[in-house]
Ligand binder design. Structure first.
Ligand code: UDX
Length: 429
């Protein structure tokens, strides 16, 4: 099938490549010429394992990138909207880019098309997109609309796209729904057909539920800290119950990234607008925002003043295997360390600190061992394998004070303690 993606961000690029790889002919459209030029050179402009290789195979064979909206809309019958929906100051989603995409389709549509909203949008938006595109009385063919949420995780997006747990198709139109079945015919996972509004809600409720699991385990972890119980045993024991499941029970510094914080806030706004406040979810957000404070509090119990102390921060991205720093808790920790007047050295396997942070006196080191030299405390803020695989004896030999606070419970405490480190995670010490 001929498929257009409007918006070559993370989701559009990944899903476009995956559909091309499955045999469809895909066009990627973006108003940002720089992004399109980069993709046309065969380079993925963000870090995601496996995408670069897939682009090398598919470029100019089954995937094409352009800034020409007229041609792109005219030549494709299936059009995905995969633009960003960032948070506004009040927590609601900004739909400006969705509206822009709808405008392009309204202007250039020349046949009956199926428009698929894949961006995460507030409940009711897909129906609005339908009206925005079809309303102008220009007697052009009507488009059908579908809501098809994405559940890709950064760092494992390719695998998630190729092997999803489910495909949700929200449409009130039989023809549009059957086109979607055809598009995804090579996928063997369960398909759920529902309304556009329910599809939108499934996305928000799924992410909010996972965020709830994380904040829940983080609260239990804090209690474990006070009563000397190891949270990792607790998570394991809970996760063995099929009804609970082992995933998203990893206690730590909380969730970040481009989805969970934004989606939780947007659902809270929708709930308030409908006079049906979501009390549990409000707490989920609050607990998450407080994790950095809690972590710093734990450190200060051991080292009351961080002033002029060399603090090494391992990990800047919001999770491993990505260069995404959106809502990364590492940066809240950097802010607090600056307030504490600590001497901060950071390391990340791929993220580079911006000049804004360098100007504040934060130093970045490209080598984790070099960074650790003379450290008085090491903080692990992202659970990159890189840190699990360090030679910790080598690190022990260069630090001034052998103290590790592991904000992601990523190291094996027993092994680390063998090297005479003082080692604390979140939910055990
Ligand atoms: C998430 C959803 O998983 C995905 O389905 C959706 O489409 C986009 O949002 P992503 O943001 O890439 O994906 O990351 P995810 O792996 O879900 O982790 C989110 C955050 O939660 C990270 O900061 C991670 O460190 C944290 N996390 C995750 C925990 O603190 N504990 C856990 O047990 C799991």
């Amino acid at each position: 099938m001929n498929v257009l993606f409007i918006g070559m961000g993370y989701v559009g690029t990944t899903m476009g490549l995956v559909l091309a790889n499955k045999g469809h002919t895909v066009t990627g459209l973006d108003i940002n010429k720089e992004k399109i030029d980069t993709l046309n050179k065969g380079e993925v402009y963000f870090y995601e394992p496996g995408l670069q290789e897939m682009l090398a195979t598919e470029l100019n064979k089954r995937i094409f990138f352009t800034t020409n909206a007229k041609e792109a809309v005219e030549e494709n019958d299936l059009i995905f909207i995969t633009v960003g929906t960032p948070s506004l100051d009040d927590g609601s989603a900004d739909l400006i880019y969705v509206k822009e995409a709808a405008k392009l389709i309204r202007k250039y549509r020349n046949s009956e098309k199926v428009v698929i909203v894949k961006s995460t949008v507030p409940i009711g938006t897909t129906e609005k997109v339908h009206e925005w595109i079809n309303q102008n009385g220009d007697k052009k063919p009507l488009v059908k609309t579908v809501m098809n949420p994405e559940f890709l995780r950064e760092g494992s997006a390719l695998d998630d796209a190729l092997n999803p747990d489910r495909i949700v198709i929200g449409s009130n139109d039989v023809h549009a729904a059957s086109q979607m079945n055809k598009l995804y015919q090579n996928w063997s996972c369960p398909f759920l057909h529902t309304t556009p509004k329910a599809a939108e809600m499934i996305k928000y409720a799924s992410n909010s539920f996972l965020a709830t699991k994380i904040s829940f385990i983080n609260e239990i972890a804090k209690l474990c800290d006070t009563i000397d119980v190891n949270i990792q045993d607790v998570s394991k024991g809970m996760g063995l119950d099929d009804r609970i499941g082992p995933q998203f029970l990893q206690a730590g510094l909380g969730y970040g990234g481009s989805c969970f914080p934004k989606d939780v806030r947007e659902l809270l706004v929708t709930a308030d607008q409908n006079q049906m406040p979501l009390e549990i979810l409000k707490k989920v957000d609050e607990v998450n925002k407080n994790q950095a404070n809690y972590f710093i509090g734990k450190i200060k119990k051991r080292i009351p003043s961080l002033k002029k102390k060399k603090v090494v921060v391992y990990g800047l991205s919001f999770k491993p295997n990505t260069d995404d720093i959106r809502e990364s808790v590492s940066y809240s920790i950097l802010e607090q360390l600056i307030e504490e007047k600590a001497e901060i050295v950071v390391h990340d396997p791929i993220v580079k600190l911006s000049s804004q942070w360098l100007n504040k006196g934060v130093v970045q080191c490209d080598d984790a061992y070099e960074a650790a030299k003379c450290a008085e405390v090491i903080l692990i803020c992202t659970d990159w394998n890189h840190y699990k695989n360090l030679d910790w004896l080598k690190v022990r030999n260069v630090v001034s004070n052998p103290v590790i606070f592991d904000g992601r419970n990523t190291l094996n405490g027993e092994d680390i303690k063998k090297y005479q480190f003082h080692y604390e995670g979140i939910g055990f010490c």
